[in-house]
Design a protein around this ligand. Structure first.
Ligand SMILES: Nc1ncnc2c1ncn2[C@@H]1O[C@H](COP(=O)(O)OP(=O)(O)OP(=O)(O)O)[C@@H](O)[C@H]1O
Ligand SMILES: Nc1nc2c(c(=O)[nH]1)N=C(CO)CN2
Length: 277
């Protein structure tokens, strides 16, 4: 992996075990190494395609000035976490914190800690559906747009399905399921899905009415969650053939709630009418 290194970022901080360190402050010096793919920036020559080292340096200074913490281990960890959270394209960060004026009662030139932290990657399953406009083109566009923001691991074949619920006389749906890998939190992933739905003119007036695009978050790792915005796994996924069938085509070993998705698909009432494209 390519790397960006910044060394000798210094600022006054108030970290230390002793009261006088928290009162008087002293110099902290930080080196960071960011493991990040710089090939896009190398090709485009555009700073937006890489990690801006000036911004990272300012973030490091802000962390040195925050706290105070007792330990440089804690300061280093805060710096690493802030960089990983702020820059999702950084796969790994190495942080060295030097405290050259540390209160050590013998002659010394420097004391430092070094730590290495990695991005945590999550796996999520997203179901797509559309039955207005040009559903196949919309699903292809939505998968491409998701692919700009998360890593697409698997894509199911398309399924043509009968509308389940909602107003009568709707057009057939086209459904699809994908598996993605991301550093985003579940809510950030839901936000992303809803932004893409909105960009495709999704409206919400009548429950389960026909729609240009629907993106549902089906699972996120093995997370079980219920809050006002998000329920995981998706509360109706286990009985929806239009989700289960394409999911099982994509991943025959997939499991939901302890049961094989392919078996749940066989049991779902709407599966019999599904056509695989
Ligand atoms: N796992 C989830 N995936 C997507 N939305 C969810 C999830 N859990 C809860 N929600 C919430 O459900 C709300 C309604 O979503 P939406 O309008 O897409 O429903 P729908 O697709 O018409 O119906 P259904 O939820 O039965 O698929 C969203 O605003 C979102 O906050
Ligand atoms: N066949 C089919 N029916 C549905 C679908 C869907 O994607 N496909 N989505 C719904 C609400 O999300 C309600 N009903």
């Amino acid at each position: 992996m390519d790397r960006i290194s910044i060394s000798g970022i210094s600022a006054i901080g108030y970290h230390g075990v002793f009261d006088f360190e928290k009162r008087d402050g002293q110099s902290f010096v930080v080196d960071v190494v960011l493991h990040v793919d710089i090939s896009r920036a190398a090709a485009s020559d555009n700073v937006a395609d890489t990690v801006h080292y000036g911004e990272v340096s300012e973030l490091v200074v802000a962390q040195i000035q925050a706290g105070p913490w007792d330990l440089i281990e804690k300061l280093g960890s805060e710096i690493a976490e802030a960089i990983l959270a702020g820059y999702p394209t950084v796969a790994t960060v190495e942080v060295v914190v030097h405290k050259p004026q540390a209160p050590i009662p013998v002659p010394f030139s420097d004391v430092s800690i070094c730590l290495v932290r990695h991005q945590t990657l999550h796996t999520a399953v997203i179901a797509l559906g559309a039955n207005l406009g040009d559903p196949q083109a919309t699903l292809a566009a939505a998968v491409a747009e998701l692919g700009e923001e998360v890593q697409i691991l698997k894509v199911s074949p398309l399924a043509v399905t009968k509308p389940v619920g909602g107003p009568p006389d709707q057009p057939d749906y086209t459904n699809q399921v994908i598996e993605v890998r991301t550093q985003r939190s579940p809510h950030e992933l839901l936000d992303l899905c809803q932004r893409i739905e909105a960009a495709h003119h999704r409206t919400r007036e009548v429950r389960w009415e026909a729609r240009t695009l629907d993106l549902d978050l089906i699972t996120y790792d093995h997370l079980v969650l219920e809050d006002p915005r998000l329920t995981l796994p998706h509360p109706r996924a286990a009985i929806r053939g239009f989700v289960l069938a394409p999911w099982s085509w994509m991943d025959p070993d997939a499991v939901l709630g302890g049961q094989l998705v392919s078996r749940l698909a066989q049991q779902a009432a709407d599966t019999k009418d599904i056509i695989r494209l």
